[in-house]
Design a protein. Sequence first.
Length: 72
Amino acid sequence: MSGAITQRVGDGFPGTYNVGDFVYFGVQDNGEGANSAGDKFSDLISSGATQFCGPFGTFLLNIENGNIQVKP
């Protein structure tokens, strides 16, 4: 997924990114239920452009809790 940051509250997350910066990140939805592998996500990455549409080469990390749902 990619897009422009439209709002920032406080000095914390998303780190050095500011309103108007274009970033991308990846997610992996591995299904539902106890037998499914854990979902994954990547860090935010600056696209360095005004628009970005892949290809994405992100390193995915395991989530610690919760559930990512990718819906069409």
